[in-house]
Design a protein around this ligand. Structure first.
Ligand code: MRU
Length: 305
């Protein structure tokens, strides 16, 4: 089964509302969340009811269209959405694109184009898979994260369709378990063989020769190629280098940030420590930056860089 883009996020003009598949409740419950106002949508983004860089951008585009339908102050709506999460550049990219024309048609076109980019980059990325590849992925870069089809998971499904993929190891992705909850659920729906591993098991899986390739999505790619993605991605890239395993980033061009020269200037979200433990003080950076020299190739809809 494949999730249709409008099952993941859509604008309901009659309500009006932005309707999301509530990713906080997956895989246990498949329920929708209806956001009737921009502050409600911004809270849904902040709390990861909708998440993943391209999907955040799509939701924000629908959010500005919702604000226009409601007759809200558009500058205020944009500020509220822009303050929801700092790292994924797709959020700011989408807001900029809707600013001059915050119509439902424009938001839907942005959504459609993102899904189309995913399909194109997945086809390019699948070419990098040798027959019988055993892949490893981190976090969730599936249809849930892009508004349809997926980036890293899109690459996995395109490789699976071309008979080049044998199996996927899915990092559970502490602390919010996007891998164990969302990627495993999506791979199950797609019928792709997989197994969830503790994040800390990735090193020994590589050492014993169980990983041929690593593929992840991205939240922001700086002008020099340094790439921000879910916390734990950088350590995977270091491990990949040590074990001589290719490390691929698959992301649409909406994730490229020409205005940020290097990874050092990418704003890294620090989330509440209570997502890790409520008993002790905790630090909870949600993303890290992988330096470009650890990345074998960045694959966009235009091909591999
Ligand atoms: O905190 P999240 O779940 O929004 O983080 C998502 C990721 O890190 C994804 O890997 C990234 O956004 C790419 S999604 C195609």
């Amino acid at each position: 089964m494949d999730l249709a883009p409008d099952q993941i996020v859509r604008l309901d003009e009659s309500a009006p509302a932005v309707v999301l598949l509530d990713q906080r409740r997956l895989p246990g419950e498949v329920v929708e969340l209806t956001c009737r106002t921009v502050p409600e949508l911004a809270e849904a983004i902040r709390t990861l009811a909708v998440r993943g860089a391209p999907a955040i951008g799509v939701a924000a585009a629908y959010g500005l269209a919702l604000a226009a339908l409601r007759g809200d102050d558009l500058a205020e709506a944009e500020r509220t959405l822009a303050a929801s999460r700092p790292t994924a550049v797709n959020l700011f990219w989408a807001l900029e694109r809707l600013r001059d024309d915050p119509t439902p048609a424009r938001a839907r076109a942005l959504h459609e184009k993102e899904v189309d980019r995913c399909r194109r980059m997945a086809a390019h990325a699948a070419e990098l898979f040798a027959p019988n590849t055993r892949a490893l992925t981190h976090c969730n870069a599936g249809g849930l994260a892009t508004g349809g089809y997926g980036s890293a998971v899109g690459a996995l499904r395109a490789a699976w369709e071309r008979d080049r993929l044998e199996h996927v190891l899915v990092d559970e992705t502490r602390p919010l378990l996007q891998g164990a909850r969302l990627t495993a659920w999506e791979l199950e729906q797609l019928g792709i063989p997989h197994a969830v591993i503790a994040d800390s098991a990735a090193a020994s899986m590589m050492a014993r020769g169980d990983v041929d390739l690593i593929v992840t999505g991205a939240d922001r790619i700086a002008a020099n190629g340094d790439t921000a993605n879910k916390i734990g991605t950088y350590s995977l890239a270091v491990l990949a280098k040590h074990h001589g395993i290719p490390f691929y980033v698959v992301a649409p061009s909406s994730t490229l940030d020409a205005d940020t020269p290097t990874g050092a200037s990418i704003p890294i979200e620090e989330r509440d420590g209570s997502e890790i433990t409520t008993r002790f003080a905790a630090r909870n950076p949600a993303f890290d930056v992988t330096p470009r020299e650890l990345i074998t190739a960045i694959v966009t809809e235009d091909g591999a860089l």
